[in-house]
Every structure is written in C-alpha cells, then in structure tokens.
Ligand binder design. Structure first.
Ligand SMILES: [Zn+2]
Length: 277
C-alpha cells in the first residue's frame, strides 16, 4: 500500500512539473513574441483604393495684402486683400471643406491616404513677401494647409520671401513648398536645356534650403505643353498646376492640374462657383 501511495505521489509531482514547464515555455514564447512585435517596424501606412478621378477645387492666389500704391494696377489685379482672404477661408471651413496640400492630393489619388471630406487646395504663386507677412498668419490662425510655389532665383530679393522666411514657413508643417522655376520663365517653346535646368535647379535649390523633397510644381504664366510635362515628370515632381479652369483631378492630368480664380467671391457665391465648375 505504502509503495502504491508513494508511486501516486511521485506521478503527481511529475505530472505537475510537466504542466509547470509547459506553462513556463508558453509564457516565454508570448514574452518573446511581444518583444519581437515591439521591435519590428510597424507597417502602419494604410492603403486605400486609389481613386480614378475626383473633383477638387484648386484655388490660385498671388498677392495677399493691402496694396499701398493705388497706381500699381498689376499688383492690384493679382491681389486678394487679407480681409477678403480671411472671409474665403472661413466660407470654405464653415462649408466643411478640408484643406490639403498638392502632395496630399497625389497621395489621395495613389491610395496612400484616405480621401478627406470635400478636399480643397489653396495655392500661392511666386513666393511674394506678403505670403509671409499677410497670408501665412491667416493660414496659421485657421490651421489651414496650403502650397506656395516659389521662384527660387527671386528669394531674398525685395518683394519676395527671404530664405529665412521660407525656412520658417516650411517648418510649420502647414505649408508645402513647391517650385515655380528659377527665373519665372514661360516654359513652352523654351530651349529644352534651359527648360530642364529651370525645372531641375529650382527643385534642387529649394530642397537644399528646406531639407525636404520638393515634389510639386506650378508653370509660370501657365505656360506648358506635353514636352514640358515630360520634363516635370522626369525631374521627380509628382504634380504640376496650370492656369486652365476646371475641377477634375486624375493620374492622367496630374502634370496639368486645373485651377480656379476665386476673385472677390465669398459666401454662397464662392461655394456655388466651386461646385459648378
Ligand atoms: Zn508666377
């Protein structure tokens, strides 16, 4: 009897030990799996179905300021005063628009980011000084994204952004810096070497200054053709905007994107204008 008892005890101890070892093993495994998961890079970029085509109003602006010289008719014709611009931003925001950058737009087309509700893109050409003094504070106040297309060769010249201002704008995370050639040359029909250099050098100079890839472009005077579009693509840009009017955005026209002049429209006048185009 004693022997049987002893055997039962021995077997029980053995059985319990096996269970204990199994559990320890399992615990060890889950710990090492958790540690592995923590070390592995998270593949968090969600991939959404790329959109074939979408309607996005891309608004074009030049100067945003109170023009001091009443005789400066060119400036006045290209200007939107800050009060009016604020009103337009408020109109769009209150109507539920989502402000995106040109890069965001291509990311949406490629399915890299989720398409936002009612996307709209504000673009500012030439990189004038007043972008920093007048437009940028308004964008910051309303937390509105935008793109400024900078003429790299005009930086630090009077009337244009300084290098320091450009860097500050780029660092804000709110404004994408795009290129607009080195010397604001109309590209269509230009000697191809010169066109290539204007397209490539403006990109390189801006990238060096802001330490960020520059992938968006605007054609000076809206001047382009198929040859220029090809040069833009080959230089590594992801999109280019024109001065042609329309709303449609797709992978086929991303190097010839339409834009709209909001003019002095605000409220429903502006909203109807954007919806009807
Ligand atoms: Zn321009």
């Amino acid at each position: 009897m004693k022997l049987i008892k002893r055997r039962i005890i021995l077997l029980s101890v053995l059985f319990l030990s096996i269970i204990l070892i199994e559990n320890l093993n399992h615990y060890g495994k889950s710990v090492s799996n958790a540690a592995k998961a923590a070390l592995e890079p998270t593949i968090s970029t969600p991939v959404f179905t790329p959109l074939k085509s979408l309607a996005v109003p891309i608004l074009i602006y030049h100067y945003i300021e109170y023009v001091k010289d009443e005789k400066d008719t060119i400036r006045k014709s290209l200007n939107t005063n800050p009060y009016l611009f604020t009103n337009q931003v408020e109109t769009l925001r209150n109507a539920g628009y989502t402000f995106i950058t040109a890069s965001d737009l291509i990311d949406i087309l490629e399915g890299k980011i989720r398409p936002p509700k009612k996307p709209v893109l504000l673009t500012f050409d030439d990189g004038y000084q007043d972008f920093y003094t007048d437009a940028f504070p308004i964008l910051r106040r309303y937390n509105v994204k935008a793109v400024v297309y900078v003429v790299s060769g005009f930086l630090d010249m009077s009337n244009y952004l300084s290098t320091l201002q450009l860097k500050e704008i780029a660092k804000s995370g709110l404004v994408e810096i795009g290129a607009h050639t080195v010397h604001h040359l109309a590209l269509k029909g230009l000697n191809s070497e010169l066109a290539k250099s204007e397209i490539e050098e403006s990109k390189k100079t801006l990238e060096r200054l802001i330490d960020t890839p520059v992938v968006s472009f605007a054609y000076p005077d809206g001047s382009f053709d198929k040859t220029i579009e090809k040069l833009i693509q080959e230089a590594g840009y992801r999109s280019a905007t024109t001065t042609l009017h329309g709303l449609e955005v797709n992978m086929d026209n991303r190097f010839a994107l339409y834009r709209l002049h909001p003019g002095d429209k605000t409220g429903n006048l502006l909203l109807n204008f954007l919806a009807q185009k």
